[in-house]
Design a protein around this ligand. Structure first.
Ligand code: PLP
Length: 399
């Protein structure tokens, strides 16, 4: 399990449903990333966990932010990040979005089209632009390949349009797809960056920054059989280091590297305390008998990704081994509010009763973003953040 004792203690202490975030756990994951990828600076992708305490904890450690809207820019500023560590990483933006971000002080914008470049020039004059190179998204649980990025052939066209429009064509970016499971995707992404960088060098366009995007995995998700997914994280770090070295060798200028991890930093350090609504047995029309575990929280309480992800589930009041295999679903009147669309069953203690606590682990990424505003009357869940103070011995004890 990729969960700290601190997080488990906070789940134990929760008597009502809530999300729990382990701030020191997030800090440790951030520090580990910087150790593994020396020379990379982090721009945390806010959408993965737009929780003020999480953002300010990362900002205190020196993290910047990848913002996707003026409101996210404002959240990053409120967290205490300096403006030169906040960029606008969304290639999709209206004129008004650009003008508002510029007014707030943002000078770095991602782009992937000539139309967007012209809009940036009009509403954020003189800004630095980063052209996003498309990836195929293979190997990722959530590909980001269709909607974002341009082809290698189009990058020079976009960058020359930026120069003509008085912008500074400052760098390249990409995203290998979220929860990328293969090191090969990183190898081909970095090879693609090297080709484009060389092509831009030949045209005399001096790039100074490479943004490797997000996509690094959570470690705690399960596969459909309930086993660990085991993404090859060490191999990924190794190929990223090699790719960075190669980019440095071919670049005509000193390069700085940034990365926009979201999921990797927060997923395993957030968890949900939910409770059992009911364990029911039902017979389908074809006569097959099924167990269904209905939980108090589901897709519309933020577990939107449960159509693909198996979160580890713990029934803390039922440590025994007498289990049934049940389909797990959320509490709403929506058929899709069912884990893995009902294709997967998980072991559930036969004796669970309505009201028993259930802990869902590794659901710290994207859950607060995907929370709906009261679907079927189920309100957004509260959250608590645990900090180091909890580890200190109570007054009068210990040292
Ligand atoms: C969502 C997003 C990220 C974060 O992706 P993860 O897979 O969570 O690391 C980074 N950059 C951009 C531009 C994004 O849209």
């Amino acid at each position: 399990m990729h969960v700290t004792a601190r997080l488990l203690a906070a789940l134990e202490a929760a008597t009502e449903d809530r999300f729990v975030f382990d701030l020191p756990g997030i800090e440790e994951r951030y520090a580990a990333l910087l150790r593994e990828l020396p020379g990379v600076s982090v721009r945390f992708a806010i959408k993965a966990c737009p929780v003020a305490e999480v953002l300010s904890c990362l900002a205190r450690k020196g993290s910047g932010f990848d913002a996707a809207s003026p409101n996210e820019v404002a959240q990053a500023i409120a967290a205490g990040a300096p403006l030169d560590r906040i960029h606008y990483g969304n290639t999709v933006k209206s004129d008004r979005n650009i003008a508002e971000a510029y007014r707030l002080g943002v000078r770095d914008f991602a782009t992937d089209s000539v139309e967007d470049v012209r809009a940036i020039a009009a509403h954020a004059p003189g800004a630095r632009v980063f052209c996003r190179l498309a990836t195929d998204g293979r190997g990722a649980m959530w590909s980001l390949s269709d909607k974002f990025g341009c082809s290698a052939a189009d990058v020079p066209i976009v960058m020359e349009a930026a120069l003509t429009a008085g912008l500074s064509p400052a760098g390249l970016s990409l995203h290998v797809g979220s929860q990328q499971m293969t090191a090969e995707a990183w190898i081909s992404a970095l090879a693609g960056l090297a080709d484009v960088l060389a092509a831009l060098n030949r045209r005399g366009i001096p790039l100074t920054r490479v943004n490797l995007g997000g996509g690094l995995p959570a470690l705690g998700y399960l596969d459909h059989g309930g086993g660990p997914l085991n993404p090859p994280l060490d191999k990924m770090f190794a190929v990223i280091r090699e790719g960075m070295q190669r980019l440095r060798e071919i670049s005509h200028h000193a390069l700085d590297f940034v990365m926009e991890p979201g999921r990797h930093l927060v997923a395993d350090h957030g968890a949900l305390r939910a409770h059992v609504c009911r364990l029911s047995t039902r017979r389908r029309a074809d006569g097959e008998r099924q167990y269904w575990l209905y939980l108090s929280c589901g897709k519309f309480n933020g577990l939107y990704e449960m159509d693909a992800v198996q979160y580890p589930m713990i029934f803390p009041t039922h440590p025994g081994r007498d289990h049934v295999q049940a389909i797990v679903a959320g509490p709403t009147c929506d058929n899709h509010d069912t884990f893995n669309e009902g294709r997967v069953t998980v072991p559930v203690p036969r004796a669970v009763a309505s009201g028993d606590p259930v802990w869902l682990l590794s659901c710290g990424a994207y859950a607060t973003s995907y929370t709906t505003q009261g679907f079927n009357g189920f309100s957004p869940l509260p959250y608590v953040c645990v900090d180091r103070e909890r580890d200190l011995p109570p007054e009068g004890e210990g040292r």
